[in-house]
Structures are given as structure tokens and as C-alpha cells.
Design a binder for this molecule. Structure first.
Ligand code: FE
Ligand code: ZN
Length: 263
């Protein structure tokens, strides 16, 4: 007999295009990246849930803006990577650490995922990835701090998770990212299918995430830097970073990120 899942994960839309993820059972909840307090409090009240923890992927205001107001109501721990620019963190998490949410029966492995901001973390449990602004549906975050090599490395680590891992990212950017993915790989049928599926979901006002690691590997150009069609598209656009071994993977990634910035 398969046990019923101990918890659910619900998307709460916030701000322009953020998703705040609420992990909950019928009594307890934890919230990931509350950029606003109000919609979280409304959800908790509507479902009579007790907030137990706040998880932070990185310090950008659209991920932390609701923490202070939530803590006026629920004096709960705030987990994340401590940083001078983030006064909210009460429990510092680091690479290789774990976070146990006992009331929800969930244990996260923590990895550091720099390349968007230096303090960016990912929370990983079996079948579940909270990846903030590093990996998006069909795209990746901008490189505000650190190097593109760090961002590339962070994405490569996430890509190594099992294919059925659900990808809970923090923004609804999938449709715009897929337009770019199609420009990179006009001949990729998985991109074409995902565009159709995404249009359907958005027309019904549904989130396009979580996706899965397998779907990202099939459609996300930033996880496909070795694919010949992407390399040839970039070469037609004048990518000249060639070594004796051919175009380097980081060279392709760098060219993709630069193109996406002005796409
Ligand atoms: Fe963000
Ligand atoms: Zn961010």
C-alpha cells in the first residue's frame, strides 16, 4: 500500500510574477520566499494552518519582502544563507547542511547555488527542488553577483537531480523563456510541445510550474549547451569562442545568457 503524501505544495501568486510556495498538511505550513505577507496570511487563515518556518532562497526583496510582517503574526525561524544584506535570517544554512521540518515530515538537503546572488541556496528533498531564481521554466536567472561560471555550475548541479524531481521556481517566466528557447532550437519538438502546453495553462490562468528536471533538460537552452543546434545557432550569430576542442560549454552558456539579456 502506498501511503498518502504527508504534505502538499501550493503556489500562491504574489507581486508581478512571483510564486510563493506553501508546503502544508492539514495543520502546519512552511513558506518559501514570501515576497509579500498578505496572500500568505490569507492562505493560512483560509486553511486554518499554523506557520512553522520561513525558507529563503536568496535576499532579493521579491523573495523576502513579506518576512517581517509574517513574523509579527508567527514568530517562526527564518532559514537561509546569512548575508549582511539579509537581516531576516535566524538560522544560517550552508552547503551540505540539512533542514528538518518535523511538523511536515520533510528533510531538505541544502546546496549553495551562487551565480544569481552569492547567498542563493537550493532546498532539495526526494522529488522536490526549490530553486528560487537560479533555474526557471525554460530559463535561468540573471547573473547579478559572482561569475557566469558559478551560475553554470549551479545549474549543472541541479540538472543532475533525478528527472522526475519537480522544479519549484520563484517566477512565472516560462512563456517568455520558451520564445527564447525556440529561437535557440527551432527544430526541438519538445520546445514546441512545451509552448503549446504553456499557452493552455496560461489561458486557464494556471501556473506553468512546477516543471520537472527531465522537462528542463529537454527544453531549457541553459541546460543544453552541448546540443548541436544551439551551438550552430550561436555560431550563426557570431559566437567566436572556439578552442582546439571546439566551442567550450561555458562559452556557449555565456553567449546564451548575453543573448537572452537583450532578447
Ligand atoms: Fe526574484
Ligand atoms: Zn532574485
Amino acid at each position: 500500500m502506498i501511503a498518502a503524501p504527508a504534505f502538499e505544495i501550493t503556489a500562491v501568486p504574489a507581486l508581478q510574477d512571483n510564486y510563493i510556495w506553501i508546503i502544508h498538511n492539514d495543520r502546519h505550513a512552511a513558506v518559501v520566499d514570501p515576497g509579500e505577507a498578505e496572500p500568505v496570511l490569507a492562505f493560512l487563515n483560509a486553511h486554518r494552518l499554523q506557520l512553522e518556518a520561513i525558507l529563503c532562497t536568496h535576499r532579493h526583496p521579491d523573495h523576502t519582502g513579506g518576512i517581517a510582517a509574517l513574523r509579527e503574526v508567527y514568530n517562526v525561524p527564518v532559514y537561509g544563507r546569512r548575508h549582511p544584506g539579509n537581516p531576516h535570517i535566524t538560522h544560517d544554512l550552508r552547503e551540505g547542511g540539512q533542514l528538518k521540518l518535523k511538523p511536515l515530515g520533510i528533510v531538505f538537503d541544502i546546496i549553495e547555488t551562487p551565480g544569481h546572488l552569492n547567498d542563493h541556496l537550493a532546498y532539495i528533498a526526494p522529488g522536490i527542488l526549490f530553486c528560487g531564481d537560479v533555474l526557471f521554466g525554460a530559463g535561468c536567472g540573471r547573473n547579478f553577483e559572482g561569475t557566469l561560471a558559478q551560475l553554470h555550475h549551479s545549474l549543472q548541479r541541479l540538472a543532475q537531480l533525478p528527472g522526475d524531481t519537480r522544479v519549484y521556481c520563484a517566477h512565472e517566466y516560462t512563456a517568455a523563456n520558451l520564445r527564447f528557447a525556440l529561437a535557440c532550437e527551432p527544430g526541438n519538438p519538445d520546445v514546441q510541445h512545451r509552448i503549446a502546453a504553456t499557452q493552455k495553462l496560461r489561458a486557464a490562468n494556471q501556473p506553468t510550474v512546477p516543471s520537472t528536471i527531465a522537462l528542463e533538460k529537454a527544453t531549457n537552452p541553459f541546460l543544453r549547451c552541448t546540443h548541436p543546434e544551439i551551438i550552430s545557432t550561436l555560431q550563426q550569430r557570431g559566437l567566436t569562442d572556439t578552442s582546439e576542442l571546439g566551442v567550450s560549454e561555458l562559452g556557449v552558456f555565456t553567449a546564451l545568457r548575453a543573448w537572452r539579456n537583450q532578447f
